[in-house]
Design a protein around this ligand. Structure first.
Ligand code: SAH
Length: 230
């Protein structure tokens, strides 16, 4: 069949960001720009449904979060993702959000992903290489590591922003320790009923916690428990 043109994935990605703006989920230019730059289509197994607002299976009993959840977390962390800042993404999965973080903090900043499934780390590196964040990966301001994210990633601590993409029964102490005073952690907490919690570290090292909204994430757990499907 003859086809003179087809909407490119970049246009579909831009349309997705516009919808998130129309719904009031994306409110800042910085978040919009990062989400426009990083094509979500490169990160999902089924490109044809990449721009639909739903979570999608990525194997290993886990999902890539829905675009509105990624957008909400980017907005909650926005003030802690300025150029030059340091961000940790725990449970980085496809690498999509790590790539958005990296674009926001830029080459002077640092974006670190930690993921406990080595195959997902390998595929996330391929995804990032095909995205606008590729130069940041090459120059080293963006990196993804295999590890248990409940321990954080001490090498580059303290962080201005920490995002956790899986629900913890309680907030891991190491993540609070690795947060900078003035920094912010966004983490889903709970088992069946979960709250997306926003944890701000005060200058005296104490923390203020507020519940943002009810959410449903896969568990932050051990690799064995995840692969068993507990
Ligand atoms: N934010 C990612 C993935 C969300 S799914 C995205 O949207 O693509 C949650 C991810 O957390 C999964 O990839 C899962 O393998 C990972 N995970 C769960 N427990 C973990 C742990 N203890 N340490 C590191 N990664 C973990």
């Amino acid at each position: 069949m003859k086809q003179f043109w087809s909407p490119s994935s970049i246009n579909k990605n831009k349309a997705m960001v516009e919808k998130l703006q129309n719904h009031g989920i994306v409110t800042s230019d910085e978040v919009a720009k990062a989400m426009e730059a990083v094509d979500r289509g490169v990160f999902v197994p089924d490109r044809s449904s990449a721009y639909i607002d739903c979570p999608m299976s990525i194997g290993y009993n886990v999902t890539i979060s829905a675009p509105h959840m990624h957008a909400m977390c980017l907005q909650l962390l926005e003030k802690h993702l300025k150029p030059g800042m340091r961000v940790l993404d725990v449970g980085s999965g496809t690498g999509y959000l790590t790539a958005c973080f990296a674009v926001m903090v830029g080459s002077e900043g640092r974006a670190i992903g930690v993921e406990h499934i080595p195959e997902l780390v390998a595929s996330s590196v391929k995804n990032i290489e095909a995205s606008a964040a590729s130069p940041l990966l090459k120059e080293g301001s963006l990196a993804v590591h295999v590890g248990d994210g409940r321990q954080g990633w001490a090498e580059f601590a303290p962080y201005d922003a920490i995002h956790v993409g899986a629900a913890a029964p309680e907030i891991p102490e190491a993540l609070i320790d690795q947060l900078k005073p003035g920094g912010r952690l966004v983490i889903p907490v709970g088992n069946i009923f979960q709250d997306l919690q926003v944890v701000d570290k005060n200058s005296d090292g104490s923390v203020s916690i507020k519940n943002e909204t009810s959410v449903r994430y896969v568990p932050l757990t051990s690799r064995e428990a995840q692969l068993r499907g507990d």
